[in-house]
Design a protein around this ligand. Structure first.
Ligand code: B12
Ligand code: SF4
Length: 468
């Protein structure tokens, strides 16, 4: 939808803010869309400018935002993307009276973020829907006295906002504000793509996991609300594939069963992917999920070495991983694994056990990454204590940040991390039988072109690295 100004707030994702070898496939800015939904419900005029999706360069982005004449510009950002946060602030400063940052970086560094970015007027800490509504009201009233809970401004005390408890009462993401035909996802199996969150938070204790925004208390939306949203995605927006980005979609089996049964009861035909722990899926559940449209499950496998899983406090056993992956395969669900390279205790040689695990488990796709110690995590404290912390240019074709917090454990160099990562990608993907099987399946799904393009991008990244 094209909105002409003036608007109360423009929520923006600037050019480059989702960059990376795979960034020709930006995903919707879900956090911004949730904030937009809450503000619209509160009667505000809201625009979302996603320069990544619209293919805008800096000049075109600035013109788009300027034309909206926003009173406030709001942006989001993760810690590895702080150069982009700075750039967006510089571009937007002349365009609005107020500038506010929300998201992971603002939340983690709420006590220093206004010093880091002096042109910011405020930061929103934590889940931002209700806080953003309160902030705009506060600014309307002149912005005097203490700011609302969850808002950081200069020279005023900060009070944390309560985490929203009733997710079922929340407005859905305002998807009509962004061009959904421009979004795509590597694993999508149907035309039209979006993302959805059905629960927030995760009670597990993995030492590398940054739970800054949504914390450890798991909160979930009622199954009916989730299926209503899926139905809207299909019927109002005509989108056929949904990525459920919950930290832990399968934490409560009963809830997953209820969601699947409701999808089936309504005869809703929509493809979806979710992220799960291996202890959240069994044979029977996988069959039900597949019947309800689940095409892909992504597991945080992390490593094929049990010692490494224990080191990371993953609370997961290798045999259970094999079982969950096999259950999905038997049900016809594709499996993706997120896997880490450079876990302390592993060497470049023993980390290849993970590659062997992946091949033996017959996974469909793997995303290998170096282990990142993010501030606020147990791993970060450990990395600082042990002198393992570095910031390096990213090695991974799937991630788009320039500099990434990287852990360089004893026995490794940064070069070895990069080289091992490439060896893993090559060792997994460049197998003739694997490629042939994937090509046949993609042909059957009608995703051959989409996946071939993706494969070519990863291959280019791989070959460039070998030539360097
Ligand atoms: C889905 C996801 C992705 C997706 C989509 C990201 C996107 N741009 O939307 C993909 C796969 C592309 C991705 C990529 C990356 N991700 Co990611 N991702 C997530 C995940 C699992 C969920 C995010 C989400 O959609 N949450 C739901 C929405 C509703 O929440 P939200 O985005 O946080 O927004 C809320 C608040 O933050 C706030 N808010 C946010 N923005 C704003 C703006 C304003 C103005 C206001 C008022 C409020 C506000 O209000 C929102 C509503 O409550 C989180 C883990 C997590 N649970 O947070 C990791 C996470 C955010 N990702 C992370 C990282 C590091 C990355 C990468 C840099 C690489 C990587 N994987 O290591 C890349 C960078 C990509 C990029 N250039 O943007 C880290 C961030 C760590 C940090 N300290 O910054 C996290 C926390 C994972 C982790 N546990 O370590 N990611
Ligand atoms: S890595 Fe996954 S299971 Fe572990 S704490 Fe984070 S979200 Fe939970």
């Amino acid at each position: 939808m094209t909105l002409t100004g003036p608007v109360d707030i423009a929520l923006v994702r600037a050019p480059g803010a989702a960059r990376g070898a795979l960034s020709a496939m930006p995903v919707p800015p879900l956090g911004l869309l949730y904030v937009a939904g809450a503000l619209l419900r509160a009667g505000r005029t809201v625009a979302v400018v996603d320069a990544e999706a619209e293919g805008l360069n800096d000049a075109a982005f600035v013109e788009r935002v300027r034309a909206l004449r926003p009173a406030v510009v709001g942006l989001s950002g993760m810690t590895p993307m702080r150069a982009d946060i700075g750039k967006t602030i510089t571009l937007c400063r002349p365009l609005a009276r107020r500038l506010v940052l929300g998201g992971v970086h603002a939340t983690r560094f709420h006590d220093s973020v206004l010093d880091e970015f002096p042109d910011l007027d405020a930061a929103v800490v934590g889940e931002g829907e209700e806080v953003a509504v309160a902030l705009l009201e506060w600014w309307d009233q002149g912005g005097g006295g203490a700011p609302p809970a969850g808002v950081v401004v200069r020279d005023a005390p900060f009070v944390e906002a309560a985490v929203p408890a009733d997710l079922g009462a929340m407005a859905w993401p305002a998807r009509h504000l962004v061009p959904h035909e421009r979004y795509a996802y590597p694993f999508q199996t149907a035309r039209g793509f979006t993302t959805l969150i059905s629960s927030r938070g995760c009670p597990f204790r993995c030492t590398f996991c940054d739970k800054t925004v949504s914390g450890s208390a798991w909160r979930a939306r009622p199954p009916e609300d989730v299926v209503n949203e899926l139905q809207e995605i299909k019927e109002r927006y005509g989108l056929g594939y949904v990525c459920i980005f919950d930290d832990n979609f399968t934490l409560r089996r009963k809830r997953v069963v209820a969601i699947c049964e409701e999808i089936l009861r309504r005869g809703l035909r929509i493809d979806w992917k979710c992220e799960a722990r291996v202890d959240g899926i069994d044979e029977e559940l996988a069959v039900l999920m597949a019947r309800a449209g689940c095409k892909t499950v992504a597991f945080g496998v992390e490593s094929g070495n049990q010692d490494s899983l224990d080191f990371l406090k993953k609370d997961q056993q290798l045999p259970r991983m094999h079982r969950a992956i096999a259950a999905c395969r038997a049900a016809g669900i594709e499996t993706v694994a997120y896997v880490l390279v450079g876990i302390p205790g592993e060497t470049p040689a023993t980390s290849l056990n993970t590659l062997n695990f992946a091949k033996n488990a017959d996974l469909d796709f793997i995303q290998f990454s170096t282990l990142s110690p993010f501030p606020g995590t147990e791993l970060y404290e450990q990395a600082m204590r042990e002198g393992w912390f570095r910031e390096t240019a990213v090695f991974n074709p799937a991630d788009g940040e320039e500099l990434r917090a990287t852990l360089v454990p004893p026995g490794w160099t940064e070069d070895e991390l990069g080289a091992t990562l490439r060896r893993m990608y090559g060792g997994f993907y460049l197998r003739p039988r694997y490629l042939a099987r994937q090509a046949v399946r993609a042909g059957r799904q009608g995703t051959l072109l989409h996946r071939a393009r993706l494969g070519l991008r990863v291959a280019r990244w791989y070959l460039e690295g070998r030539a360097a």
